[in-house]
Design a protein around this ligand. Structure first.
Ligand code: F0G
Length: 372
């Protein structure tokens, strides 16, 4: 076999057929736990294998001898945990012969769907609540080539519409009511156990439509049943106070929160989230927008981690809980940070007081300005 001529002397063209050592994506890694077989076409962006980072500064706020870790789901290919469920849902949809995908979304599910639809070469349709989707998420959906419909209504209304459309038209619904989404998202729990060498004592997670808390708990149960973890964590779910139907015990007709990703008043997986709470002897509690934003800032300034506001609900909830009821010494707490902060530049910039006023390009003046 002849290799193509190397024109630039410093650029090496790798021999054809040689593959760099790489993470194969979560379907290949966790195939034994997922409903796939040799006939399933794997639609993957090599998602998963996200960092589990020790938060040595923030953990001091949790009391003596408590370890805090952050699972950085924003490191997934489209910047959120949704890629875990979407690689599964889209692979199964393609296996079943689907030509089009649809979802309702606060932005991340639709960004992920649009990317995997592009990868699979099928159409995708996303319904989002007008005015309540972070800029980066909207840009992703549009750029990946989805058909974007911005509705005069909230997420719960959008979900109702796509459920009806998927029943009567040849489109596959890829919201987390699709069981393949939950199956794929279990791998977040598998990774936490693989990375820590054991399940943590506490797993804290934001709750919106409640698919992810459902999936994590199922994942911990599956790993435990398979003998890959000796224990299961206490599950701590956190909703935004203005969108906390599970905490209140009733749907919220007009959910409101700065954390637009979890601005949901009637979660589809409500009962499974309650099951996870009860089976793990855990809790689902509310955090205020002020608490969410304080945790969002602390993650950036004290740990160098830029997550989106909804993601910070997990840390906000853990910090609030530690004030009321200290974590037992020796315990390990994992906060799932579900999405990348770059998705929502408006909130990040809005958090910093003052606007960026340009100054003259003068060394001495700038030195004085910086107090140097
Ligand atoms: N965090 C982020 C960043 C999210 O985008 C979502 C949900 C959640 C947490 C909550 O997860 O719904 O499984 O309880 N986003 C959905 C969406 C609703 O459309 O992107 P959940």
């Amino acid at each position: 076999m002849t290799h193509p001529t190397i024109e630039h002397p410093t650029v090496q063209t790798p021999p054809r057929g040689l593959q760099p050592a790489r993470w194969p994506g979560l379907i290949e890694r966790y195939r034994a736990f997922l409903p796939v077989d040799a006939n399933t076409p794997v639609i993957s962006l090599n998602e998963g294998n996200t960092p589990l980072v020790a938060a040595s500064r923030l953990q001091r706020r949790l009391g003596a001898d408590v370890s805090l870790y952050l699972k950085l789901e924003g490191a997934n290919p489209t910047g959120s945990f949704k890629d875990r469920g979407m690689t599964m849902a889209v692979s199964k949809a393609i296996e079943a012969g689907s030509q089009a995908l649809i979802c309702a979304s606060t932005g991340n599910t639709s960004a992920s769907m649009a990317a995997y639809a592009a990868r699979a070469g099928v159409r995708s349709f996303m319904l989002v609540p007008h005015g309540y989707v972070a800029l980066g998420k909207l840009a992703q959906g549009l750029h990946y080539g989805a058909t974007v419909i911005s509705i005069e209504g909230n997420f719960d209304q959008a979900l109702q519409i796509v459920r009806e459309l998927a029943q009567t038209h040849p489109v596959t619904l890829v919201n987390s009511v699709n069981p393949h989404r939950i199956a794929g998202q279990q791998t977040g729990a598998f990774e936490v156990v693989d990375q820590l060498g054991e399940a943590p004592d506490y797993l804290a997670i934001p709750v919106g439509n409640a698919g992810n808390i459902t999936a994590y708990w199922r994942g911990f149960e599956a790993y435990h049943a398979a003998g890959l973890a000796r224990r299961k964590p206490v599950m701590l779910g956190f909703q935004a106070a203005g969108a906390a139907p599970i905490v209140l015990g009733a749907p919220v007709a007009k959910p409101e929160t700065i954390a637009t990703a979890i601005r949901i008043g009637n979660p589809a997986s409500w009962c499974c989230a309650e099951y996870a709470r009860q089976a793990s002897r855990g809790a689902i509690a509310a955090v205020t927008d002020a608490e969410i934003l304080a945790a969002y800032d602390a993650l950036a300034r004290e740990e160098g981690i830029f997550c989106e506001p909804a993601s910070a609900a997990s840390l906000a909830g853990v910090l609030a809980r530690a004030q009321r009821e200290p974590f037992p010494p020796g315990s390990t707490v994992v906060c799932v940070l579900t999405g990348n902060g770059l998705k929502d530049p408006d909130t990040a910039i809005g958090q910093v007081p003052g606007t960026l006023t340009p100054v003259a390009a003068d060394v001495a003046a700038i030195g004085r300005l910086l107090g140097l």
